[in-house]
Design a protein around this ligand. Sequence first.
Ligand code: 2P0
Length: 332
Amino acid sequence: MTVDSAVTAIAHPNIALVKYWGKRDEEYILPHTDSLSVTLDIYPTTTTVRLDTALDRDQVTVNRAPATGEMLTRIRTFLDLVRGMSGRAEYLRVDTTNTVPTGAGLASSASGFAALALAAAVAYGLDLNPTGLSRLARRGSGSACRSIFGGFALWHAGTGIGEEGDLSSYADPIDAGALDLALVVAVVDAAPKEISSRAAMRRTIETSPLYAPWAESSHQDLADMRAAITRGDLDAVGEIAERNALGMHATMLAARPAVRYLSPASLRVLDCVGQLRRTGIGAFATMDAGPNVKVLCRGGHAERVADALRSLSDTRSVITARPGPGARLPDG
Ligand code: 2P0
């Protein structure tokens, strides 16, 4: 017998301007450093869940195809956690539609687990405030805790590990006032990455001599970033984001064996961003666990930046994003 009606939630990816890279507790997904992001208005994930008493396991589709392997395991483990919190036993049918390429360093796990956390919490009757929802989403994928909120968000690393760390590690929204930020996404390769960010983070922490200095410098980047946001200084926001991202990639390049997400096409986008700067356009790059590049600039410059990126021969597509909404129930 099928019971209860469907719950649908929508969430968007977020791009970190001060990055999360490395966990101090893998089970609870507790990071070494605070991170700061902006949730986008593009690439929504829409997730519908239905409680079904006839199921003996969770059934999951992603873009209408049955989920398998590591992705299915992660989703089932996450739903076990939600059931444990709610005291309910029924399994779910989960249908997710991603409009962002999955696993290409475009934050599909952030939008995915933010939408799933909200939909599952509602379906199982968990009464969570936004902080509780952020903590729950974090258990699915660290960066998802930031996509619970729209606009700018700060993920507190918190203190301690296990249950103690769990209570203290969540995202909060940040007021970015009148910051007129656009992110122009240059997709150079939408194929799934060869090494997951989870595995790459672990290898970086375990083997990279540059990890500790980057984590240390990240504290200063965060303080500088918060000050730049408060005074509405978009060029400083861009400069700090770019240096923090390049430093994160440096930690990976120094891992043994090296993890290299950036491709020759990524570097050509970085060259283009440098040229834009020399012509007086405040454009700055940030890159995540993949070769695609997101270019920060002011809203009024987004079209010129997008045109420049489109003119590069190996750019597959260019899409301009603005700060977008947090996770929500479209019917709620
Ligand atoms: C970030 N990234 O701050 C960083 C920058 C990628 C590079 O968060 O293991 O999918 O599920 O917690 O959140 C990607 O890592 O990793 C990520 P898990 P997640 O956005």
